[in-house]
Design a protein around this ligand. Structure first.
Ligand code: NI
Length: 195
């Protein structure tokens, strides 16, 4: 169990598509333990394997706050089955220290994955909760996508990234989400999260 360095935006490892895990062996268990140790040490809500330099399809999430009992969830070889109801999410990422911006997410997500024992589970989360957004954010990491690819305002996001000493938004990865954008209700509240 170790606290590892989180790879920063700009490193090509964050843009690689990760490979499925074929067997949950000791190495995978150690990787998952390291993800939890590193996520908790950095006060993150979620962490994906590529962020510690391993291009395998696994991420961990814990949305418990402060003194709440931990709620760790491990997602191995996850697949998103359904996304519905676009929303705004004011988001950060442990690979983008102190940089937050508004991105497009869905309120509802249905995902299937394996747990650390290799047992399949299905999780549905609605209402645009931190968990619903974190699942989408972490899942993206496994496909080499990053939260800024979903940014709602490219120029604002560039300014924030520059201020934090990070590279700007990359046009090659910027997602065209016009239909989604049109459906976002901007009267809803915002919250911060680092994943
Ligand atoms: Ni992230």
């Amino acid at each position: 169990m170790s606290i590892l360095n989180v790879i920063k935006y700009g490193d090509p490892v964050l843009r690689q598509k990760s490979k499925e895990i074929s067997k949950i062996n000791k190495k995978v268990i150690e990787l998952v333990n390291n993800l939890y140790d590193t996520m908790y040490a950095k006060n993150g809500v979620g962490l994906a394997a590529p962020q510690i330099g391993v291009n395998l399809r696994v991420f961990v999430i814990d949305t418990a706050f402060g003194n709440e009992k931990p709620r760790p969830i491990t997602f191995i070889n996850p697949k998103i089955l359904k996304l519905e109801h676009p929303m705004n999410s004011f988001e950060g990422c442990l690979s983008f220290p102190d940089a937050y911006t508004n991105v497009r997410r869905y309120k509802y997500v249905k995902v299937k994955a394996l747990n650390i024992k290799g047992r399949p589970f299905i999780l549905e989360e609605d209402g645009g909760t931190l968990l619903a957004k974190a699942i989408q954010h972490e899942y993206d990491h496994l496909d080499g996508k990053l939260f800024v690819d979903h940014c709602r305002n490219r120029f604002d996001t560039d300014a924030i990234l520059t201020e934090k000493g990070l590279p700007p938004v990359d046009s090659n990865y910027l997602l065209d989400e016009n239909e989604m954008e049109a459906l976002i209700d901007d009267t809803e509240t915002e919250e911060e999260q680092q994943q």
